[in-house]
Design a protein around this ligand. Structure first.
Ligand SMILES: [Zn+2]
Length: 254
């Protein structure tokens, strides 16, 4: 299984990070995308990923950090990516109007700069989208060559189809296993197997059965199993296809 979104540098893993990673590999996780959310975590995810095989870093600024950026932040990010050639994607970036209603203007500038950066460096985007669908689409539409994934998809079928029409991948997290998540399961139903990714978004969003606990990559099998039920296929097929898709999107050749 390829966990396409893990915040392994989160402080919640500070006391047992290596054990968590070992448990992931022991439980069938074969690769992980370790996601940054600030310039600081860019450094951290790159050094962590360098210590393990089949672990790949991203570099980007999360909309939650929009209040802390300066004019130079994206310039520094560009320099960071150009000097760290192992970076596989720009992100996590996006727009969050649920938490960030007072930083909307800064978020939009920060997001568009990162989309532009992904476009010029030919890297895919890892997109966080919360209550901000139309603004995300409007910005992405200005950069038609850019590719990426809508991570932790939690909207409905209508928006899912819009995302697919733009050629983007759709990634589902443990939310899909929650009892009240029928609309998200309906959205997953319409994602073709060649556009599907799977993730934990750990340490957040532990799947049903682990709710309330700190999430970790080893728990991803619950989400894979749920996707197999929705798509009415074997678990192995979901594992195979989501792994292939992640490798294609993030241009992983080794
Ligand atoms: Zn995330």
């Amino acid at each position: 299984m390829f966990d396409s979104h893990a915040h392994l540098c989160d402080e919640k893993f500070n006391h047992d990070r290596d054990d968590v990673i070992q448990r992931a590999y022991d439980n069938g996780v074969t690769a992980m995308l370790v996601v940054a959310d600030s310039l600081n975590t860019c450094e951290q995810v790159c050094s962590l990923a360098a210590r393990y095989s089949n672990m790949y870093p991203t570099a980007g600024i999360h909309p939650h950090n929009a209040a802390f950026v300066s004019e130079d932040t994206v310039v520094d990010l560009e320099h960071f990516i150009k000097t760290h050639r192992d970076v596989k994607a720009v992100g996590e970036t996006g727009l969050d109007y649920y938490y960030g209603h007072d930083t909307v203007t800064v978020q939009k500038v920060l997001f568009e700069k990162q989309v532009c950066l992904a476009d010029s460096l030919k890297l895919p985007l890892v997109i966080h989208c919360r209550d901000s669908q139309s603004d995300i689409v409007n910005i992405l539409n200005k950069y038609s060559a850019v590719q990426g994934v809508f991570h932790c998809f939690s909207s409905d079928e209508t928006f899912c189809n819009e995302v697919l029409e733009m050629g983007f991948y759709v990634s589902f997290s443990g939310i899909i296993t929650f009892k009240n998540a029928q609309a998200i399961r309906d959205a997953a139903h319409c994602v073709p197997l060649d556009k599907l990714l799977v993730e934990t978004d750990c340490p957040y969003l532990a799947p049903q059965g682990y709710r309330g606990k700190r999430n970790e990559p080893a728990f991803i099998s619950a989400t894979v199993k749920c996707l197999a039920e929705i798509k009415q296929c074997h678990v192995d097929e979901i594992v195979k296809r989501t792994t292939e898709n992640a490798r294609t999107l993030f241009q992983i050749e080794d």
